[in-house]
Design a protein around this ligand. Structure first.
Ligand code: AQP
Length: 333
């Protein structure tokens, strides 16, 4: 890892099985960034607690996410890959930053409104203060850039506001992060409702292709994907289901929408779905193979989690100590 590089921070929640959306929209684009940036990628298990988790499944998902990061090509020696909960500084800084964040700011967050509507029986305080924990995640590592999807931009904005407010009082403590302007990943929509994004917490398993789905399951889900009754091969907003299938096909094959429309001219939707499933299977096969290998090597993953947690802690604690000193907390160690 090159310490002279700018710092990049990102992560994924360990809420469930990762989808093709998580892969094509984020993970795939993280590979190789370590040549340009000092990269930190968290398995954001503390964030996942805003929704009730089944403890054994949750633990397994967090571990599996770590394996998927590595299987996707993110080298744990060139990047820092770690479990958020293994670095206690996150929760500690989040508490401090809570005291520098206004209720009104948090009330404006659209994700809070969406998620509290979705989990109306469990609108907990963690769901409300989620953006403060996210600010702590980013600011602890003095991140210069954060690759974020459109739906997370508002959270990055509040992170910047909190950092600027804190710096305004105590001097330059935090780097104020910018959104990462790089290759933008594909936005993958639900196979069952193309107006919604493909999401790991979708209750309908046919809506998402999971990264570890076997080939037959992928073929079945593609066959059942919602299209339209126009029976026209075109790439346009009026045919959102087909457009989504083409977007996924383009992301998997590297082709452009024009090339793809040309390729399938005169075909039925069945042929598009068949070609799509084979393209997805081909993209996921090497990743699945690697995950299988990693699953057999328990001590390797244990060791990655331990050593990377230490590397992350070293950086995070440096920032936290500075923060504590600035605000007047006593350091007795
Ligand atoms: N459908 C998608 N298309 C493109 N990118 C996507 N991402 C998520 N879904 C799509 C990107 O994946 C990263 C991980 O996000 P996260 O785990 O923090 O949670 P999320 O964005 O809320 O993703 P999910 O799958 O919808 O999770 P749940 O269901 O747990 O809320 C982000 O970079 C995101 O942009």
């Amino acid at each position: 890892m090159n310490k002279d590089h700018k710092v990049l921070y990102s992560g994924m929640q360990a809420t469930g099985n990762l989808t093709l959306g998580n892969y094509l929209g984020a993970l795939k684009n993280w590979v190789g960034l370590a040549d340009e940036y000092e990269c930190y990628y968290g398995v954001m298990d503390l964030h996942s607690l805003t929704v009730r988790q089944d403890p054994p499944a949750f633990r397994a998902h967090a571990r599996e996410l770590m394996m998927i990061y590595i299987a996707a090509g993110i080298d744990p020696e060139k990047n820092v890959l770690y479990l958020q909960s293994s670095v206690p500084c996150h929760a500690e800084l989040a508490w401090i930053l809570n005291c520098y964040t206004y209720i009104g700011e948090l009330q404006r967050m659209t994700q809070f409104k969406d998620k509290s509507a979705k989990h109306a029986d469990n609108v907990n305080a963690g769901l409300f203060t989620y953006p403060v924990l996210m600010a702590a995640d980013i600011l602890l590592y003095q991140a210069d850039v954060v690759p974020v999807g459109k739906d997370q931009l508002q959270h990055l904005e509040i992170t910047r506001d909190i950092a600027q407010r804190f710096n305004g009082i105590y001097g330059d403590v935090f780097t104020v992060p910018e959104p990462y302007i790089g290759k933008i990943g594909a936005r993958v929509m639900s196979l069952q409702d193309p107006s919604k994004k493909m999401s790991k917490s979708d209750e309908n398993p046919n809506a998402s292709i999971y990264l570890l789905d076997d080939p037959d399951t992928i073929r079945r889900k593609c066959r059942r994907a919602v299209t339209d009754s126009e029976a026209t091969i075109a790439y346009r907003d009026e045919q959102p289901g087909l457009k989504n299938l083409f977007d996924i096909y383009c992301a998997c094959t590297g082709k452009t929408p024009e090339e793809v429309v040309h390729e399938f001219a005169g075909c039925g939707y069945g042929q598009v779905k068949e070609a799509l499933s084979e393209a997805v299977i081909a993209v996921l096969a090497p990743l699945q193979e690697k995950v299988k290998e990693l699953q057999k090597d328990k001590s390797y993953i244990d060791n990655v989690m331990k050593t990377n947690a230490e590397r992350a802690y070293y950086t995070a604690n440096k920032t936290l100590r500075k923060v504590k000193k600035k605000i007047g907390l006593t350091d007795v160690r």
